[in-house]
Design a protein around this ligand. Sequence first.
Ligand code: ADE
Ligand code: ZN
Length: 326
Amino acid sequence: MPISPSAALLPCAELHLHIEGTLEPELIFELADRNGIDLPYADLEELRARYQFTDLQSFLDLYYSNMEVLRTGADFAAMTRAYLRRAAAAGVRHVEMMVDPQAHLLRGVPLEECINGVAGVLATSLEEFGISTVLIAAFLRDRPIAEAEDVLRQLLAMDAPIAAIGLDSAEVGNPPEGFVELYRMASAAGLKCVAHAGEEGPAHYVEQALDLLKADRIDHGIRALDDPALVARLVRDRVPLTVCPLSNVRLRAVDTLADHPLPQMLALGLNVSVNSDDPAYFDGYVDDNFAALQRTFGFSPDQLAELAVNSVESSFASGERRAELL
Ligand code: ADE
Ligand code: ZN
């Protein structure tokens, strides 16, 4: 379906999405029940009351804790299917989805349960939901570097259906420079490379992700605006920045949506797209992000179309699929 710039529902690609961040409270309770897990919350209301974040770490604490309910491939499949159904309604036509295999392995969940549970649903997503997919294995930057390298080796040995690697979790104090060998291994295996940088961390983490990790795309990147020379480089090279407005508000990277730098980024000529990051935690899927932006900034049809076109052009979709979407 070609892109038409309607604010209500903008057909687009979602390039920055953590599948574990789509775990809705209702599904958390359902999976806990199925797996005989005692949750530390009495009911949905008590869980929802925890969704008040002061920074990235305060969110990550809850995100990792809620993952406990994911035990089997069927659990991962249920979560993935629920996201795709909701994303289709949001206008998403292509998704590049991150999964945190290391986080599950650390909890004793075999890689096969996690990867095959997600990938099994992705395999039929185009037919079932009209959404083409790419799976990205993300590594935890606040864990030992050797652990990430070991998990990547295991993923490669099992021929996991991943097309790229990513770098996520607590950013400040965990710069990209430690992960050069991980990214070298991934690149040698033919994988694409993305990395979170400049979400809470400084602009020079964005530079490191480009120079040292050879990242094809930067997740977030809003702090790059602190460095005009870096901005000029990002514009010149059309480096894709996968921006997540509601996430940035909820994790207090910006004070309010009205303070978000997205309009400035567009005006500077940066290659930005709009994404939901962890929609179950941040009040919204990609359509909610677009609607909130529209309410706050009143983007023109041309600006909306630019955001959607950027998302497709910055994706790892095949040339044929991109042509279908543009
Ligand atoms: N893992 C899940 N969501 C994340 C985010 N917004 N930043 C870093 N790591 C994450
Ligand atoms: Zn993210």
